[in-house]
Write a protein that binds this ligand. Structure first.
Ligand SMILES: Cc1cc2nc3c(=O)[nH]c(=O)nc-3n(C[C@H](O)[C@H](O)[C@H](O)COP(=O)(O)OP(=O)(O)OC[C@H]3O[C@@H](n4cnc5c(N)ncnc54)[C@H](O)[C@@H]3O)c2cc1C
Ligand SMILES: *[C@@H]1O[C@H](CO)[C@@H](O)[C@H](O)[C@H]1NC(C)=O
Ligand SMILES: *[C@@H]1O[C@H](CO)[C@@H](O)[C@H](O)[C@H]1NC(C)=O
Ligand SMILES: *[C@@H]1O[C@H](CO)[C@@H](O)[C@H](O)[C@H]1NC(C)=O
Ligand SMILES: *[C@@H]1O[C@H](CO)[C@@H](O)[C@H](O)[C@H]1NC(C)=O
Length: 535
């Protein structure tokens, strides 16, 4: 930009600041709109939510001096929802775990960012391509394209400065032009997701079992693409979260036999109860493998398995932070440490799964978005992004590091009090009220510090999460049953139900109508259990 244009921008910011100061009279105003460079790394749900909030939700008076850049290593935005055209063979990692038949595991109105519903007539449990389209629609609607640096992989982020002041030196590779880049930023927002580095549990005897016969395969769910690959196989799926459940459901259509090994009773998973599908045999946790087969913790055995699918989740790794010396990988969860570490299940110390409390740089220099697991990311990330945006704009809103640490320790103590290990729980939101309490709490932090009623932040006394979202998440299972029933009745029924749903409120109403309709049918039929149809 030319010097003249720069000057004009600065003047505009100064004038706008005058307006802002009167607008924000109850907030201590920083002098002048400071010029800030902010890097967001990753253009999936989290990165897009952060970008939208920073440049379109926060008032321009606050952000007009900001320069925001989103680095994305892939060819396009969308994160896990952008397919991998050429998924590689192990050990090379695919760009996404996405597979052909994937549909969302919750109804889409609960997945959205605030005030931006899916397009009319979108199937309530859409195919993944429509979720990618949703991300694209957001970018177009808010004219965000120019912020993205696609094909830009960040390889190292290093703080150059002291614990009080400095810059992030961001280095990476522009894959399109095959050249490296370096750039400096005041704030870093990490939005690189946590479904990219497979967690492969160390199970006694697995390697020897695999090597003992040529037709045996062990594969992580990140490589799962097509259930037809399992034709005639004898498969065991390890793990009962979203991917384990979904992969097992597809594999039973093709495999000779399908087992699922779970640590819990099928009905007991807090988020994804496992349907008792015909053709599926449930097993306990595996104790160990022998050359001949599998021994489970209840001493039962299985010897016909030839394919092990590890739906065992992912590790929290951020190689660019580690390369810059800002994220050590530790075996033991570093409680009490001053520097950011990962035990591969969580980063510590972070305030509310977002703000780094590392003493190497000032508070507010490093944030994460999208770290919580099992959350409805679109909405959850929007809450985190508000916290990030407003605390960047008003650094004095960030309390003392000691207070944030205290908050973290209290959260950990309450987990221990109910028999959980925080180092294992990681970024799961296990507190009472779950993700709702979490996101409402982050926004309340702003509300009680003078920002209630400001753009994106509800007035005092009003929660961030509207009650229909809580209702929709709580009724996800019955909505799945309702939708399966409607799909079985044919396309006309599907369209009839979707008809007229346009605004967020319309979709919320549809959810309530569907739940009540299905409840009526199930009461009549007398089947309330989880063993009724699941998709
Ligand atoms: C198989 C599967 C099914 C799912 N199904 C659902 C569902 O039904 N409903 C639901 O709500 N959620 C679902 N999820 C969760 C989903 O991951 C989140 O909802 C959300 O989309 C994650 O967004 P994110 O931005 O945090 O991460 P990601 O989508 O992973 O995006 C991170 C981005 O960062 C980029 N990146 C990483 N490292 C770098 C780097 N060094 N430099 C530059 N760019 C980098 C990546 O290329 C990627 O584009 C599913 C996840 C998976 C894996
Ligand atoms: C969209 O953004 C570009 C680049 O920032 C800008 O030139 C253009 O005027 C914007 N369009 C609209 C409709 O706001
Ligand atoms: C990219 O650049 C490196 C040197 O910077 C070179 O070794 C490599 O061959 C180049 N790759 C391609 C595909 O041009
Ligand atoms: C795998 O090989 C074993 C012998 O090594 C054989 O008994 C078994 O039937 C084979 N399984 C499949 C699916 O081919
Ligand atoms: C399984 O077998 C071992 C050794 O035979 C025995 O010690 C253990 O109690 C058994 N466990 C169960 C659950 O039956």
């Amino acid at each position: 930009m030319g010097t003249l244009a720069n000057l004009a921008l600065t003047l505009l910011c100064v004038i706008r600041l005058g307006q802002a100061a009167s607008l924000f009279h109850n907030v201590q105003e920083p002098l002048g709109v400071p010029h800030k460079r902010i890097a967001i790394i990753g253009a999936g749900t989290g990165g897009i939510a952060a970008l939208r909030t920073l440049v379109r939700v926060l008032p321009e008076e606050l952000t007009c001096g900001w320069e925001v850049v989103v680095f994305e290593q892939r060819r396009d935005i969308g994160g896990v929802w952008l397919p991998d055209p050429n998924p590689p063979r192990p050990p090379e990692l695919p760009e996404t775990p996405l597979y052909g038949h994937l549909r969302t595991n919750g109804p889409h109105p609960t997945m959205t960012m605030p005030n931006f519903p899916f397009k009319p007539y979108t199937d309530l449990f859409p195919h993944h391509s429509l979720v990618w389209q949703y991300h694209q629609d957001i970018v177009h609607h808010w004219n965000l394209s120019s912020y993205f640096r696609l094909n830009h992989e960040v390889t190292q982020t290093r703080w150059v400065g002291t614990s009080e002041a400095g810059k992030w030196r961001v280095q990476g590779r522009n894959h399109e032009q095959n050249k490296s880049f370096t750039s400096e930023f005041d704030h870093l927002i990490v939005a690189t997701g946590h479904a990219h580095y497979p967690h492969e549990p160390d199970i006694e005897g697995l390697y020897e079992w695999n090597a003992a016969a040529p037709n045996r395969t062990v594969v992580h769910s990140i490589y799962f693409r097509d259930p037809a690959d399992y034709n005639g196989k004898n498969v065991i799926v390890l793990g009962g979260s979203g991917s384990g459940r979904d992969i097992a459901r597809q594999v039973i259509q093709h495999a000779e036999s399908t087992y699922v090994s779970l640590k819990f009773e099928p009905e007991d998973h807090p988020v994804y109860p496992f349907p008792r599908l015909p053709g599926l045999t449930f097993k306990k946790q595996i104790h160990h493998f022998t050359r001949d087969g599998i021994i489970f913790v209840d001493n039962s055995t299985v010897s016909d398995v030839d394919t092990v699918v590890l739906a065992t989740g992912y590790e929290y790794r951020f190689p660019f932070l580690t390369a810059g010396g800002h994220l050590d990988i530790v075996a033991d969860d570093n409680e009490g440490g001053e520097h950011l570490t990962t035990n591969l299940r969580r980063l510590r110390p972070l305030y509310e799964h977002t703000l780094s409390l590392d003493t190497a740089y000032p508070l507010g220099a490093l944030y994460g978005v999208g770290f919580p697991t099992y959350s409805n990311n679109g909405f959850n990330d929007a809450a985190v992004a508000l916290f990030i945006g407003y605390t960047i704009a008003y650094p004095h809103l960030l309390a003392e590091r000691a207070d944030f640490l205290e908050h973290l320790r209290a959260d950990e103590a309450s987990q221990r009090a109910i028999g959980l290990d925080p180092a294992y729980v990681g970024h799961r939101l296990v507190r009472p009220g779950g993700e709702t309490a979490y996101q409402d709490g982050l926004v309340e932090y702003l509300q009680v510090r003078g920002l209630a009623g400001h753009p994106g932040v509800p007035p005092l006394g009003q929660k961030f999460t509207p009650s229909w979202r809580i209702y929709g998440v709580a009724h996800s299972a019955i909505l799945t049953r309702a939708w399966t029933r409607i799909e079985e009745a044919g396309d006309r029924e599907v369209r009839r139900w979707l008809e007229g749903a346009e605004t967020e409120k319309d979709w919320a109403d549809l959810i309530v109508r569907l739940v009540e309709w299905e409840q009526g049918i199930e009461e009549e039929e007398g089947d309330h259990g989880l063993d009724v149809k699941y998709r």
